[in-house]
Design a protein around this ligand. Structure first.
Ligand code: 3H9
Length: 694
């Protein structure tokens, strides 16, 4: 049983005990009912305290039970809350640490609530693509008012208990020992005559409820385009306002059942668990000791190095920033300051915090100043010879046990490690630009990287609020290796009949933040050109479209040169379709004898996304990624893949691998079909009727 029952001089204490977060799975729910009944039947008991063991009151419904028979098996959470609310003896919820989702709904069913300060209070269901399904949309507005409740329900954001002290949610926010206070409070209310207060019997008072609900609806329309849940949250609150508690509850239930089946909710739950799963490395146990990281050094104060340094400073970790020339160092520091100033202007950082953060940077021109650093991250020019010089020097100056990291995005981490006499201390930390903003961090595990180094950087990643995903060593690691196949297809489609704006429009309609051509213009077409030139030498047999090279030969490197795949006006980032480029594309098709044809949006999306999926499957087979959800996390957090589709691998599962395989075989039989070599894993899984995430 995931619940403890104890008695304390006339008070029964029901303690949820289902680590890690006291999720309200079936056995916890049954345990609560059993506890309430036991207390009802014991004449010595005058009141009941409901609380949670460990690090939460309750994190809510057990998400792993969703869409399984356990989720609907009685007692459901709705039944549990009804029993708690119907208890003749008063129930006091004693809340600490976390009361979220169903946990908060359970507390709202109690007659009284007391809380410790610092507890995170939330109805975060919307972040999982659902709505509070056990009365939250009905009771919270009755507890704290329509406006505050709707804000919490639609945003899902946590609010600290002390901020809600006067909201009507809590009877007391107690300093000191919560358990003691709960017993004292329970004895006090236990001595009172019933009936005890029920939140459901309170009224929702608002001078213009309909007006506020419309306002909320308008606000949500702009930000939740592809997600049905926020809209349903508003509908459910409105139903309660208009038709009363019971009707509202019924409507809420219907919405919950419908939303939990949607692909959007499935995708969001996949991302929730995917993020947590990514931090676990199969052969690195959770109790692996970690190295202490109190000081960091970053080599290179350019855009990347500066952004990387900001991550550590933001987490309060001092950074020594090394450059080769004073001007470069000054420029780097000025850029960091400018970034913080922009944050201050937006009101997201206090001016005094800016100075505190800048004070955490120690600029230097000397490698000797790196000798105390626990972690050194190199962000110098992407060329093996340059890395060799840096790592040989680091080997001389870094203290024993320091972690030496490279921010390389393409080079072989094993070769870099071999420049040192301590390859076990070398790891890749591939940040994405802008490094202070992007969530993704690819952690590249070399063949000799020590397990405690991996455990340390994964823990550190959490501290600097990155989603860290481990990749093995290969060209491009997980993200860039896959994107290369996507770009290859995009370029082939130009040869075969599409235009850049059409390709971008189709994939943006699918949900990508930016299509490949707008993206390439933003990043600089010369970067891809340099990579392709290297590829032509390394893989002379690999078939690439040369159409992007022709664009580069025209000097059209993208936004920075006023033109790329699109035209740009000075001071305006809008991409305007370009006649010059369209003509060039037509000419190119002619020169290469490619028959142009009309390419539909469906084909564009399939070829781009399945190119990712096919390469992703190979990455899994080779063990470069240890699980499909890791690949999805890379694409959701680093490449603008639509969150509501859950990443390329989950999307492939949704389409069905049988259909993915058929499409790939079809494209393989067409012009430029040699770019499609079906990953054996897709065919194997499809034959078994399985998906990547099963
Ligand atoms: C709901 O309540 C629906 C109801 O309205 C209606 C029902 C009818 N279930 O995040 P952490 C696991 S929907 C199952 O690293 P932290 C998590 O996977 C629910 N498992 O810790 C991880 O497992 P592992 C509404 C859960 O201290 C471990 O706990 N509630 C759940 O940084 C530790 O998690 C939410 O959406 C769960 N509900 O943060 C709350 N929650 O160790 C979602 C966590 O195997 N949870 N786990 O990787 C959170 O926001 C955070 O986990 C929390 C703790 C703040 C609680």
């Amino acid at each position: 049983m995931a619940v403890d029952y104890t008695t304390h001089d006339g008070v029964a204490v029901i303690t949820l005990n289902n680590p890690p977060v006291n999720g309200l799975g079936l056995s916890t729910r049954a345990g609560i009912v059993e506890g309430i009944e036991r207390a009802q039947n014991d004449p010595a008991i005058k009141a009941i305290v409901l609380t949670g063991a460990g690090k939460a009151f309750s994190g809510g419904a057990d998400i792993t039970e969703f869409n399984t028979p356990k989720a609907t098996q009685e007692p459901t959470l709705a039944t549990v809350i009804k029993i708690v609310e119907g208890s003749v003896k008063p129930v006091v919820a004693a809340i600490h640490s976390v009361a979220m989702g169903g946990g908060l709904e359970l507390a709202l069913g109690a007659h009284y609530r007391i809380a410790a300060p610092g507890a995170q209070i939330a109805l975060p269901e919307v972040k999982l693509g659902i709505l509070p399904g056990a009365g939250g949309t009905q009771r919270l507005p009755r507890a704290i008012g329509l406006e505050a409740a709707l804000n919490m329900i639609v945003s899902g954001a946590p609010v600290l208990s002390e901020k809600l002290a006067d909201s009507g949610l809590f009877d007391e926010v107690v300093q000191g020992d919560l358990a003691e206070a709960a017993l004292a409070f329970a004895r006090k209310v236990g001595a009172k005559e019933g009936p005890h207060p029920k939140v459901r019997e309170r009224k929702i008072e608002h001078p213009n409820a309909a007006g506020f609900i419309q306002f909320a609806r308008n606000s949500v329309a702009g930000i939740a385009k592809n997600f049905p849940a926020p809209h349903k949250c508003i509908d459910a609150v409105e139903a309660g306002v208009q038709n009363g508690f019971d009707k509202g509850l019924e409507f809420e239930r219907e919405c919950f059942i419908a939303l939990v089946q949607t692909p959007e909710s499935h995708a969001l739950r996949h991302a929730f668990f995917g993020e947590r799963a990514a931090s676990k490395i199969p052969d690195v146990p959770a109790d692996t000791p970690v190295r202490d990281i109190s000081t960091v050094a970053v080599i290179g104060a350019g855009t990347m190095g500066g952004g990387i340094a900001m991550n550590f400073i933001n987490a309060g970790i001092p950074v020594t920033l090394l450059e080769t020339r004073q001007e470069a160092l000054d420029r780097g520091l000025a850029t960091i300051r400018k970034n913080y100033e922009a944050t201050v202007k937006k009101g997201k950082l206090k001016p005094e915090a800016l100075e505190q953060r800048m004070a955490l940077i120690t600029p230097t021109l000397s490698y000797d100043d790196l000798k105390h650093a626990d972690l050194i991250v190199e962000a110098v020019f992407e060329e093996l010879g340059v890395k060799e010089q840096v790592f040989k020097r680091l080997d001389e100056v870094a203290k024993p046990g320091a972690i030496l990291a490279s921010n390389t995005s393409t080079l072989d981490v094993d070769k870099i490690a071999a420049f040192t006499k301590r390859p076990q201390d070398v790891v890749g930390l591939h940040f994405f630009s802008p490094a202070n903003v992007m969530k993704l961090l690819e952690v590249v595990r070399g063949k000799d990287t020590a397990k405690d180094v991996l455990a340390t950087v994964m823990k550190l990643a959490k501290k600097i609020r990155k989603t860290a995903v481990v990749s093995g060593v290969c060209d491009g690691f997980i993200g860039n290796r896959m994107i290369e196949q996507y770009i290859r297809q995009a370029l082939f489609m130009l040869e075969e009949g599409a235009l850049p704006a059409q390709v971008d429009r189709a994939i943006e309609k699918f949900g990508f933040a930016m299509g490949p051509f707008r993206m390439s213009d933003l990043a600089g077409n010369d970067i891809g050109w340099a990579i392709r030139k290297r590829r032509y030498l390394e893989h002379p047999d690999m078939h690439y479209s040369k159409i992007a090279d022709r664009l580069c030969e025209m000097g059209r490197f993208g936004q920075k040169t006023g033109g790329g795949w699109y035209d740009y006006k000075a001071g305006d980032r809008t991409a305007y379709p370009s006649n010059v480029v369209d003509e060039m594309i037509g000419e190119f098709s002619k020169d290469t004898n490619a028959a142009r044809r009309k390419i539909g949006d469906e084909e564009i999306v399939e070829r781009l996304v399945f190119a990712l999926v096919n390469e992703g499957a190979k990455i899994l087979e080779e063990g470069i990624a240890s699980k499909a959800s890791d690949i999805d996390m890379v694409y959701l957090t680093g490449y603008g893949f639509p969150l509501y589709r859950g990443g390329p691998m989950l999307y492939a599962d949704t389409v069905g691998l049988y259909n993915v395989e058929r499409a790939i075989r079809r494209y393989a039989a067409r012009p430029n079909g040699d770019a499609w070599q079906l990953a054996p894993g897709i065919a194997e899984l499809a034959a078994k009727g399985r998906g990547f995430n099963d």
